[in-house]
Design a protein around this ligand. Structure first.
Ligand SMILES: [Zn+2]
Length: 401
């Protein structure tokens, strides 16, 4: 329908009644403005409505200053309000979030983690653990292929899914709960995959606090953001609060909540390809720690670039342990995947599935399609099964040893 369908109403004569109604309207507007001003004043006093508190005035330049969260005045509020961003150090232009939680403890896994330690490798070993298994690419995005022209002998998205499904079975055989980020040849954006993690953990938080007095309204808007990202399902421009460089206050809150769930892991599965020749082969594992997250953001911007503060509260110890567990278990099972031809085995890069979630995550490049031996292993049923067994073993070692 056209917006100009109706002709404009004729102007009424400036009668006394008209002037009176103008006066009344003016009074109503003035009262409304007064009311809004009072409301705004109260908000500032409470100080807890805005997640992005006013800029800090201290000149604290340490990137990883730990701020001890103070108790909130309202016991039902969950979001801590006293954690302002740390301003950029001298000569730098990136502010950082403190290496401290912006939310009070909503979930305590310490008893579960302690009980996992030393468990024997039975069908109950990983009970209580949830692993997001993420077969990279899918649908219109094939990932790496071999040869470079069709007909293809090897298509990355298919190998990733095959290993992912075998890994699901191997982890479930150890008692773990497994969530695949895709179960068929469909295209799922990386932001959707990350939002799936957020959605799952937020649901667990709100379910567990449902019958308490806690104010869960902030989590409803975060949940909606996770749904929107999955509905949009776009890599370009579909990141919502997870998109762009730097970390918005809402994304920070999400990561801080996720970080309270160390019994969740995210493992992304990929296959490699090198233009530099068939000599290059073997396993490569990527992760992101706090120092790298800062460096990556710094290198992706130029001085003076304004963006939200950089997140600095990833669990470095957990992420490092995960990568070491994966590397050790895979090379033990498949020593032929030791890297050859120069590439490092453990690397860092700014992949969305690594730097946009608060749980520990790793991206495993299981071998090179451009390397004959790697390709044969990746395409064989037995090679895929051995990879899956080794990945599951790594998760067991991570929690139980
Ligand atoms: Zn890939």
């Amino acid at each position: 329908m056209s917006r100009s369908g109706k002709p404009p109403a004729a102007a009424p004569p400036a009668s006394f009644a008209f002037r009176l109604s103008l006066l009344i309207l003016g009074l109503v507007v003035a009262l409304l403005i007064l009311f809004l001003l009072i409301l705004a004043g109260n908000k500032d006093q409470a100080g807890t409505d805005s997640l992005l508190a006013s800029p800090a005035t201290e000149t604290d330049s340490a990137l990883t200053t730990a701020v001890t969260p103070a108790a909130t005045e309202d016991p039902n509020r969950l979001i801590l309000s006293n954690l302002t961003p740390t301003p950029a150090a001298s000569g730098e232009w990136l502010a950082t979030w403190p290496a401290a939680s912006s939310v009070e403890t909503l979930h305590d896994s310490s008893a579960l983690l302690a009980s996992l330690q030393g468990r024997s490798q039975t069908s109950q070993a990983l009970q209580g653990v949830t692993v997001f298994v993420d077969p990279g690419h899918g649908g219109r995005d094939s990932g790496a292929v071999y040869p470079q022209e069709s007909p293809y002998e090897a298509i990355e998205k298919d190998v990733n899914l095959a290993v992912g499904q075998k890994l699901q079975a191997a982890l479930e055989a150890l008692g773990a709960n497994v969530i695949l980020t895709r179960t068929d040849d469909s295209w799922v954006s990386v932001y959707s995959r990350v939002a799936k993690v957020g959605e799952t953990i937020l649901n667990q938080v709100t379910d567990s606090l449902e019958n308490t007095d806690k104010d869960l309204s902030q989590f409803e808007s975060l949940k909606k953001a996770m749904t929107d990202i999955q509905t949009t399902n776009l890599d370009e421009g579909g990141g919502g609060i997870l998109g762009g460089l730097g970390t918005s206050a809402d994304a920070r809150l999400l990561y801080d909540i996720e970080r309270q769930f160390p019994e969740y892991l995210f493992i992304s599965l990929h296959c490699n390809y090198s233009e530099a020749g068939s000599d290059i082969g073997g396993l490569q594992i990527y992760y992101v720690d706090n120092a790298y997250n800062y460096e990556f953001t710094r290198e992706s911007t130029t001085e003076g670039y304004e963006l939200p503060p950089v997140y600095q509260y990833f669990n470095d110890a957990g992420r490092t342990k995960l990568v070491e567990s994966l590397q050790a278990a895979i090379i033990r099972q498949l020593p032929e995947l030791t890297t050859t031809g120069g590439p490092q085995t453990v690397l860092q890069d700014g992949f969305v599935v690594l730097n946009r979630m608060g749980i520990d995550s790793a991206l495993v490049e299981m071998g090179f399609f451009s390397n004959t031996d790697d390709r044969a292993l990746l395409l064989s049923d037995s090679g895929q099964s051995e990879l899956a067994q080794a990945l599951a073993q790594a998760v067991y070692n991570y929690y139980c040893q």
